[in-house]
Design a protein around this ligand. Structure first.
Ligand code: DON
Length: 305
């Protein structure tokens, strides 16, 4: 067995008993997650897979989708046009914070917080809502290498409880930062958050970013390589919400977390790594995932600096 596989198994058995945090409950469907689910997967840029635990368990991608929707919006509009609508500055605020929206530029700070993600998703091209959705799903399929599905109960749950997201969309409409049809944009945002993935899928998506946008197994281009740098830069500075600074300091690689318990990280040119475990801390990051990444970074010298 390879040294990496042995180490992943060691990490899994060390942290499976860690009982801190709770599965997110603000979206009722997410509260149904089993707190003991725990998977770790590494996919190298040339497609080798090392994994342990619940790596095939399906769950909704949540905020990790923001990374990939940002890539699609970059492809649809280009760097400068997108930059006018969505900034690239970290906030240090919770992911669902509204307060900075009413500051000077009225532009959401970055595409990894909810406001910036809703603005980003509102820009995804398509004549009708179904075209936009198909465009988005086709993008996810390029990264996964197989068809993707939306979990309808989670979508409905988000749609009926997402009042803060709705408030953000209204504020941005008021400032002219997004266009009229905010219900279409919100639905698409709730749908992208409700895409079903496994920990294995997430590592494959991260490995695609590590491999200049080429999916390691299908060898197809999932995203224009010109935009991989943009995507990784905002992941590095803004991907872990109000823990982004500490993550950059301790782990030192671009990453993104989601409230369903997933974390992805990219070691450029080398590998994509994903962890999945539903109990999250106050910032929205998976508690077991944070531990695993700190250890992996130390052991393999993954920190970029
Ligand atoms: O906007 C929301 O509330 C969710 N659908 C996305 C949340 C998410 O994963 C943010 N994360 N940490």
């Amino acid at each position: 067995m390879s040294l990496l596989q042995t180490f992943l198994e060691e990490l899994h058995s060390r942290y499976r008993s860690l009982e801190q945090g709770n599965p997110a409950s603000y979206i009722p469907e997410l509260a149904k997650a089993d707190p003991s689910w725990f998977g770790i997967c590494v996919v190298t840029a040339d497609g080798q897979v090392f994994e342990v635990g619940d790596v095939q368990q399906q769950f909704t991608i949540q905020s990790i989708s923001k990374v990939f929707a940002y890539g699609l919006a970059l492809e649809d509009h280009g760097r400068e046009a997108l930059f006018e609508k969505v900034g690239v500055e970290p906030t240090g605020d919770p992911f669902n914070s509204l307060i900075r929206l009413d500051e000077d530029s009225k532009r959401p700070y970055n595409p990894m917080i909810n406001a910036g993600a809703i603005a980003t998703t509102s820009l995804i091209k398509g004549k009708h809502p179904t075209d936009k959705l198909n465009h988005l799903l086709a993008m996810f399929e390029r990264y996964l290498g197989n068809p993707v599905f939306i979990d309808m109960p989670t979508f409905m749950s988000e749609r009926s409880t997402g009042h803060r997201n709705r408030a953000m969309a209204h504020l941005m409409l008021n400032f002219g930062m997004i266009d009229q049809n905010i219900e279409v944009a919100l639905d698409l945002y709730f749908q992208q958050c409700s895409v079903m993935v496994s920990c294995h899928d997430l590592a494959m998506m991260a490995a695609t970013l590590a491999n200049q946008g080429i999916q390691p197994i299908t060898q197809k281009q999932a995203v224009n390589p010109d935009y991989v740098r943009d995507i990784l830069s905002v992941m590095y500075t803004c991907g872990m919400y109000n823990r982004a600074g500490e993550w950059a300091y301790r782990v030192g690689i671009p990453a993104k977390s989601g409230v369903s318990g997933g974390i992805i990280a990219v070691v450029p040119g080398k590998a994509g790594i994903a962890t999945f475990s539903p109990p999250i801390d106050a910032n929205g990051n998976s508690v077991r995932g944070l531990q695993v990444f700190e250890e992996l970074s130390l052991k393999y010298g993954l920190h970029l600096f």
